[in-house]
Design a protein around this ligand. Structure first.
Ligand code: FAD
Length: 467
């Protein structure tokens, strides 16, 4: 079979690239080694984690907040089996949707491991060893990532687990030890904390969600403490062992003193590593970057081999589904001869805890390091009528704008539904809006989004109305 484009990997990078190629009239194939399409994101990432976050949040609200709303329930209990079953249903529906989209866009799907024979020939090897070869003018590598670990930690997938197993537990942990205070760990830790687990986070750095604006990490930590989280920051994990149903994690505190924590499960969430095993990149002369084992690409996302592109988690940059999707569209349009563009400064980052956390653009720490003069305006959700009505008063929105031009440089938020509100900040920044622009746009009342307008008002001559 001769194709214009062969995409290897069907995560949000790969399947979106394939759809866009199909839309552009390119004869396209996609290869996926698993039985279902959708990659990490749809099968064991974004979608199942959000399904469990929503279910657990319902339980948490019913048990902790309903009485204050005047709703009294009796015999409230968690049916984890049903929760996981519903999650699996959501995953099935969503991955099935991708199969439909492949057909709709005339993309041929191959199941098996894709590997290079040469730059125009791809071998597809099925689980039973049967293989076939297809030829193509262009290849898009979208093979994603896998959970990272620590060299001395053995992940047994039963008691010492990764996010993949954490999405399929058969019981709520009594005490969950979380190694790593990043996004994935805190989201999954929240799920089980809401369902009754005691969660202890062991983090090497001195703050959680360390890549985001510092103010957000502090506020989230406060909120998660309220949920019963315990934090051991500036602690270096040195080992973990399992005896029966007990996991013991050892660490050193900032002064080097030994610390030991016991639990019934330990979730290792120390990031993800680019995945390119099995591609046989040697056959086409691609050498991985030393740092992070990423596939090297130029500004057009083309590897050192002409006609071979790479996108998503397997290349440099944020390991996020929407970043992978943007790159999928970019490469498809590039191949079709268009002149696409991605603004990497405006890729939002979101943490789906409750309160949610969302961020775009420069942090205060970055602006200080760069010596850029800026203004800052904040608005707390406790001053929002909408937030008080729904009892979601934790958090704030902060707008950072250039001190002279008023151009918005960064927007950082923690609070209710900020995962959605951040889109307004992204649009504004894409059009290089000033804080004054947002401050002068009419926002519906009462909504959570008014808090962004208020923060923008605060950033322009400190003129927020409701505080
Ligand atoms: P992937 O989604 O990893 O897909 C790669 C695919 O390639 C896989 O299906 C793999 O089987 C296949 N493959 C690999 N090698 C071969 C081969 N040789 N032949 C054939 N197929 C191959 N991101 C967000 O933006 N928002 C979130 O809320 C979010 N939540 C997350 C929650 C969890 C628990 C996890 C683990 C991740 C989360 N992420 C989230 C990250 C997100 O899942 C990834 O950034 C995204 O999936 C990357 O997309 P990708 O297309 O690069 O690769």
């Amino acid at each position: 079979m001769q194709y214009d484009v062969v995409v290897i990997g069907s995560g949000p990078g790969g399947y979106v690239a394939a759809i866009r190629c199909g839309q552009l009239g390119l004869k396209t194939a996609i290869i996926e080694k698993y039985n279902t399409l959708g990659g990490t994101c749809l099968n064991v990432g974004c979608i199942p984690s959000k399904a469990l976050l929503d279910s657990s949040e319902h339980y948490h609200n019913a048990s902790k907040h309903f009485p204050e709303h005047g709703i009294n329930l009796s015999n409230l209990k968690v049916d984890l089996k049903q929760m996981i079953k519903r999650k699996n249903g959501v995953v099935e529906q969503t991955t099935g949707g991708i199969t439909f989209l492949m057909k709709k866009n005339k993309v041929t799907t191959y199941q098996g491991i894709g590997s290079f024979v040469d730059k125009n020939t791809i071998k597809i090897t099925k689980e039973d060893g049967a293989a076939e070869e297809i030829t193509t003018k262009h290849v898009i590598i979208a093979t994603g990532s896998k959970p990272a670990s620590l060299p001395f930690l053995k992940i047994d997938k039963k008691r010492i687990i990764t996010s993949t197993e954490a999405l399929n537990l058969t019981e709520v942990p009594k005490k969950l030890i979380l190694i790593g205070g990043g996004v994935i760990g805190l989201e999954l830790g929240s799920v089980y904390a809401r369902l009754g687990a005691k969660v202890t986070v062991i983090e090497y750095l001195d703050s959680i969600i360390p890549t985001m604006d510092k103010g957000l990490g502090k506020e989230l930590q406060k909120s998660l403490k309220g949920l019963g989280f315990e934090f051991l920051l500036s602690h270096k994990v040195t080992g973990a062992s399992v005896k029966g149903k007990t996991v013991t994690v050892t660490a050193e505190d900032a002064k080097g003193a030994p610390v030991s924590v016991e639990g019934d499960y330990c979730l290792v969430a120390v990031g993800r590593t680019a995945y390119s095993e099995g591609l046989n990149l040697e056959a086409i002369g691609i050498t991985l970057e030393e740092r992070g084992k990423k596939i090297p690409v130029n500004e057009h996302l083309e590897t050192p081999v002409a006609g071979i592109y790479a996108i998503g988690d397997v290349i440099k940059g944020a390991m996020l589904a929407h970043k992978a999707e943007e790159e999928g569209v970019y490469v498809a349009e590039q191949i079709a001869g268009q002149k696409p563009h991605i603004n990497y400064n405006l890729i939002p980052g979101v943490v789906y805890t409750w309160p949610e956390v969302a961020s775009v653009g420069a942090t205060e720490e970055q602006l200080k390091t760069d010596g850029r003069k800026y203004k800052s305006g904040s608005f707390p959700f406790k001053a929002s009528g909408r937030a008080r009505a729904s009892m979601d008063t934790e958090g704030f929105i902060k707008v950072l704008a250039d001190a002279d031009t008023d151009e918005i440089l960064g927007v950082h938020m923690i609070g209710p539904r900020v995962a959605d509100i951040i889109a307004e900040a992204v649009v504004a920044m894409e059009y290089r809006a000033s804080a004054e622009d947002i401050a002068r746009i009419c926002h519906a009342h009462p909504t959570f989004t008014e808090s962004l307008k208020e923060a923008a008002l605060a950033a322009t001559a400190n003129r927020a109305i409701h505080i």
